[in-house]
Design a protein around this ligand. Structure first.
Ligand SMILES: [Mn+2]
Length: 411
């Protein structure tokens, strides 16, 4: 069997809105806005440099329908770079760029092969003895098990299955094209190039089943290094290696504040917690969420002076590295318990709030209100799956903190 190598990427989400809303600095925000495209250009450059034999994209090239042709023009330009380098591209549509979702088109170069959406299709690369099998999404939701309808392997060849799927479920990703690893195994292929899940994961070894994750984190839920996978096959032996291409990064540190910590001590904790990030960011701009938890008498003053504390925490980050920017200061602090403070029968706000923590009705009502507000926000934010950069529990917790701080102030 001939030796060859290929890139396995997925979930480019070109055109995705940037969700680091708390990043106030326009120059910093601009880096993140451009990051998804830069990351893809970097990957294309590496594919050319490493002279890979072909390039696979397992769905969600686009985040959704294009506002205009800008995104299509960008993708065409990158595909044309690969064409001039003699590298064919095999891709399919995922839930975000399903055939029914994307209404605009730009003619792509002839090196780009798209798998059909109605049924699985196969491509044979005679010279390499490689067969690729794939089926794209016709609609945004694909509820059928697509994998089990994939064709039998080409005997004696290296067979690659390409599929956009959540497998048996990968929270918080929507359950599309559900299937088990055994379903994949039943096809008798050598490699499964999956897409949809945004975290890198080697799901199985025999055969290799891999989610490369997305190329670039787009919000605080997509933290850490991002990239694609370089697969090399030599004498029938498969090696795989992560290729990190993200341009900017999201990260989070959790800091537990002690009751005796004053402001200077808390900021020192921040600097200590941030140092390891600075050591591994490797020139990338980092948007950092700092979460403060623990019991402190400063609970009230911090919540009441949130902006000042936010800026002090960002200043502490900059003392460690000039390119670490605060995405958000998340407060989960608790005041020290006040014994018998409410013995006179006054409303115990804290206890009342604690009783309703995690209440499903409150979550549902909050979700409804947020969605109502989100669709009125400018910039098309309401069109995305998650209008705010936080989950409901975090938002409710913040509301609770604010209420408690005000309650303290009034008392
Ligand atoms: Mn997807």
């Amino acid at each position: 069997m001939p030796s060859f190598s290929f890139i396995h990427a997925a979930d480019l989400h070109l055109g995705s809105p940037f969700q680091g809303l708390a990043l106030k600095d326009a120059a910093v925000a601009a880096v993140f806005v451009e990051a998804s495209r830069k990351a893809f250009s970097t990957l294309v450059g590496l594919a050319i440099e490493k002279r890979v034999d072909f390039f696979v994209i397992a769905g969600d090239v686009y985040d959704g329908d294009w506002k205009d042709n800008k995104i299509g023009l960008f993708f065409n330009r990158e595909m044309a770079r690969l064409e001039r380098a003699g590298i064919p591209v095999y891709l399919l549509r995922g839930n975000h760029d399903a055939a029914s979702v994307i209404t605009k088109t730009i003619t792509l170069p002839l090196n780009v092969h798209e798998f059909p959406t109605g049924k699985p299709g196969s491509v044979r690369l005679e010279a390499l003895k490689v067969a690729l099998h794939g089926q794209g999404f016709a609609e945004r939701s694909a509820n059928d098990n697509l994998a089990i309808t994939y064709p039998a392997p080409v005997s004696g060849w290296f067979n690659i299955g390409i599929l956009h799927t959540s497998l048996t479920g990968r929270e918080p990703h929507a359950p599309y094209a559900p299937c088990s690893v055994d379903d994949l195994r039943s096809r008798g292929y050598d490699y499964w190039a999956l897409g949809h899940v945004h975290d890198y994961e080697v799901v199985a070894q025999d055969p290799l089943v891999i989610f490369p994750g997305n190329l670039q984190g787009r919000n605080i839920r997509e933290r850490g290094a991002k990239g694609a996978v370089l697969v090399t096959v030599e004498d029938g032996r498969i090696e795989h290696e992560r290729i990190i291409v993200d341009e900017a990064r999201f990260a989070q540190v959790d800091i537990v504040v002690g009751p005796e910590d004053d402001q200077a001590a808390i900021l020192r904790h921040v600097e200590q917690a941030v140092q390891p990030l600075a050591d591994e960011m490797d020139g990338r701009m980092t948007a950092l969420r700092v979460r403060l938890s623990g019991v402190t008498p400063l609970h009230g003053p911090i919540a009441a002076n949130r902006q000042q504390w936010r800026d002090e925490v960002e200043a502490a980050c900059h003392r460690v590295h000039e390119d670490i920017w605060l995405e958000k200061l998340e407060l989960r602090l608790e005041p020290p318990s006040e014994k018998a403070a409410d013995a006179d029968g006054a409303l115990d706000l804290r206890q009342l709030l604690a009783e309703h923590a995690g209440d499903a009705d409150i979550s549902a009502e909050a979700s409804r209100l947020i969605n109502e507000i989100a669709v009125r926000l400018p910039g098309g934010l309401g069109a995305t799956e998650t209008p705010l950069d936080d989950n409901i529990d975090t938002l409710i917790e913040e509301a609770r903190q604010l209420l408690l701080a005000r309650g303290q102030g009034a008392g």
